[in-house]
Design a protein around this ligand. Structure first.
Ligand code: DX5
Ligand code: ZN
Length: 226
């Protein structure tokens, strides 16, 4: 019998559902609970109908942990702020394909700051938009909800999209991580990993639970039931 080795999945709690009055404590708590990455949702009230935090808050939080900061920019004209988020301590910065008019330039700007570069696809945005920037990417973020809010229902067709992206990248022999964000929790984490996701973002599933550690562990093992 051959035993298939389980892939090492990375869990990235999204601070969007954390207590904003205690962000540093929340970061420390998820680290102790086994988180790998801190996911920060940056919203401008323009590209998405919500406003969150800017580089100043990210910079203030940088001293709370040594975990990587993954800044998901949901802002119009993201090039204006890439340097500010890099200076604030981002280790990963992703821009939405729908906002980055010059996507290649945005990815180059991120790399110039010594930061990992990601492209984000909204649920209705096709994978083919990445065809000519594959070599410029460290990761791709598949949105499994429409961006703007935590606590929304997972869009089921996102699993097929992750599978397609996995095959698309494999054909190009591209060693690029796949991140999935929106409506993820113990109940569907296993399916997302099976489809090809390497990084699982979860906000409400973790921060609205009583035991962060149990949720993160269940997401990692895919033992969440349905
Ligand atoms: C949505 C954000 C997500 C969100 C996920 O625009 O990008 O990171 O916080 O929250 P949940 O896990 O609650 O769907
Ligand atoms: Zn996000």
């Amino acid at each position: 019998m051959t035993v298939k080795k389980k892939k090492n999945v990375l869990v990235a709690p999204s601070l969007l559902s954390a207590d904003f009055g205690r962000l540093c404590d929340e970061i420390i708590a998820v680290k102790e609970a086994g988180a790998d990455i801190i996911h920060l949702d940056i919203m401008d009230g323009h590209f998405v109908p919500n406003i969150t935090i800017g580089p100043g808050v990210v910079s203030s939080l940088r001293g709370c942990t040594d975990l990587p900061f993954d800044c998901h920019l949901m802002i119009a004209d993201p090039d204006r702020f890439i340097k500010a988020f890099a200076d604030a301590g981002a280790d990963m910065i992703s821009v939405h394909v729908e906002t980055a008019v010059h996507l290649h330039r945005s990815l180059a700007l991120i790399h110039e700051q010594g930061v990992k570069a990601g492209a984000v696809l909204n649920p209705a945005t096709p994978i083919e938009t990445l065809r000519h920037v594959v070599d410029d990417l460290d990761y791709v973020l598949i949105m499994s909800v429409n961006p703007g809010f935590g606590g929304q229902n997972f869009i089921a067709s996102s699993l097929e999209k992750v599978r397609d992206l996995k095959a698309f990248l494999a054909r190009r022999k591209a060693d690029i991580l796949i991140e999935i964000d929106g409506g993820i929790g113990p109940g569907n984490a296993g399916d997302a990993v099976e489809a090809g996701a390497d990084i699982l973002v979860a906000g409400s599933a973790i921060f609205h639970s009583a035991a962060y550690r149990d949720v993160i562990a269940a997401m990692r093992t895919g033992n969440g039931g349905k």
